[in-house]
Design a protein around this ligand. Sequence first.
Ligand SMILES: NC(=O)c1ccc[n+]([C@@H]2O[C@H](COP(=O)([O-])OP(=O)(O)OC[C@H]3O[C@@H](n4cnc5c(N)ncnc54)[C@H](OP(=O)(O)O)[C@@H]3O)[C@@H](O)[C@H]2O)c1
Length: 288
Amino acid sequence: MKWLITGADGMVAHDLCDALAERGETFVALSRADLDICDARVGYRIIRDARPDVIVNCAAYTKVDAAEENESVANAVNGSAVEFLAQHADSVEALLVQLSTDFVFDGAAREPYEVNAATAPLSAYGRSKLLGEVAAAHARRSVILRTSWLFGSYGPNFVEAIRNQIRKGTNPLRVVNDQRGRPTYTPHLAAAIVRVVTSGATGVVHYADAPECTWFDFAREIAAQLGANVEVKPVATDEFPRPARRPAYSVLSTERYERVTGVAPASWQEGLREYLTTSDTRRSLPRP
Ligand SMILES: NC(=O)c1ccc[n+]([C@@H]2O[C@H](COP(=O)([O-])OP(=O)(O)OC[C@H]3O[C@@H](n4cnc5c(N)ncnc54)[C@H](OP(=O)(O)O)[C@@H]3O)[C@@H](O)[C@H]2O)c1
């Protein structure tokens, strides 16, 4: 099986390439400099020449707050470009895997979102990612893989934000306790992508690590694993006004993932342990 990965300089793409290299899979990793997914002509030529069996679209406009003022750019990258990728995938009979987000939901639910739950994004970013889901669903074969609260060695993330505050001596740490979700370690997500693709499943699949928690819970665990002597104080979202609204509750149900792969989601606490012991080393390694 031959894989083609877009957005190869991003956080998830790095870990996916590592996972594919470890399995000895054949893959082509294309950074934005190699392929701007908004360029339909170049995309068609590259994909026609590479003839992949699977295209995993890791390219995205991911600046959640900036998207409020740049919705047309977010829509172009996260929406229109996915229409092109769906056409290119069909032209070589490839499976298209489109990564998506818990931000397609409004957070009004009180139980985990199933794959067929109604979407109602609160932000420009969420709306643009929903456009991408609709576009991907037009491909003859596609997986729309929603995930949440990512942290990994190859991108800025919440763990680093907390670690930096601790290093600066901030005490107490004030962290929101009224948003619930499922943190996900990107190497766990990469393994899940490989499992879903090899399972042959198509359609919407959710993958997130277990268990659910709030950002406050997550921050407390980070401080504990770092052995930091710092107080973590729960605060309300209102205390940190940001341009984009976030869903208060965005817990994804991974029931379908578990059913199609036969594997339970990994633990984010375990992922955090690995991250804290290996992130500096992993970042400095060249991509295979
Ligand atoms: N991070 C999270 O917490 C989270 C949560 C749920 C879902 N997701 C989804 O997971 C996926 C991967 O996210 P990530 O965190 O790995 O994002 P990331 O680190 O921001 O990577 C995205 C990559 O896409 C590239 N890109 C942007 N526009 C492009 C274009 N027109 N053509 C080609 N490449 C382009 C970016 O390059 P530049 O840096 O040059 O712009 C970047 O290298 C995305 O679909 C995201 O929506 C993320």
